[in-house]
Design a protein around this ligand. Structure first.
Ligand code: IMP
Length: 193
């Protein structure tokens, strides 16, 4: 059995991002939200989602640090946009325990946005430690470790167009290139006449 499996194809992700875009566009008609992406993982999702929305929206990013086993969070690089009085949608790649997003929402509340909502591509509901409201969510998944479409292993694999689950973490840790080989193999298959 392979240690890896593709769980969401690029086409399935694109279709779901399109649906989320339509919901957001309908909910925010005439409201010009700011999409605030959490670096680095939210980049592919935010890029695709934002291109489903009106040209009036704004985009900004911030990055966070996590320290300690209890998952304390801090701001590493702050966004430049003033969000006071604005409609803000925080865009995340994945919500796992919820600690990161709940910290961030608490912080952003103190900046007095007109409204604050969340969009995440992946929701690992069963792993939640703190409750956070996810207004827009792409897919609910189990607790497998996922890679691709923003999700990384030591900084790698964020640029994959589809999403993969690691079924055997020990085998993957021993040979993290295995996913690169699998992706190259598939690409080569597609290019084969
Ligand atoms: P939370 O604070 O536990 O919700 O953590 C969210 C962060 O954990 C994400 O932004 C990811 O960086 C990381 N993370 C959680 N699950 C995965 C996964 O399956 N693959 C890659 N990163 C993950």
């Amino acid at each position: 059995m392979s240690s890896l499996t593709e769980v969401l194809s690029a086409e399935a992700i694109a279709a779901r991002v399109g649906e989320l875009g339509r919901s957001i566009a309908a909910d925010y008609a005439n409201r010009d939200p700011v999409l605030l992406g959490v670096l680095n993982g939210a980049v592919p999702f935010l890029a695709d989602l934002s291109r489903r929305l009106s040209p009036q929206i704004e985009i900004d990013f911030l990055s966070l640090t996590r320290f300690g086993t209890e998952g304390r969070v801090g701001i590493k690089v702050d966004s430049a946009t003033s969000i006071a009085g604005r409609h803000v949608i925080v865009v995340e790649d994945i919500v796992d325990t919820g600690l990161t997003l709940s910290y961030l929402l608490g912080l952003l509340e103190t900046r007095n946005p007109e409204s604050l909502a969340t969009a995440t591509l992946i929701d690992k509901t069963t792993r939640r430690i703190v409750d956070v409201e996810l207004k827009y969510r792409g897919f609910e998944v189990g607790d497998e470790f996922l890679l691709g479409y923003g999700l990384d292993w030591n900084g790698r694999y964020r640029n994959l167009r589809s999403l993969w689950a690691v079924l055997d973490l020990a085998a993957f840790q021993a040979d993290p290139d295995m996913l690169a080989r699998e992706v190259f193999r598939r690409t080569a298959d597609r290019l084969d006449p």
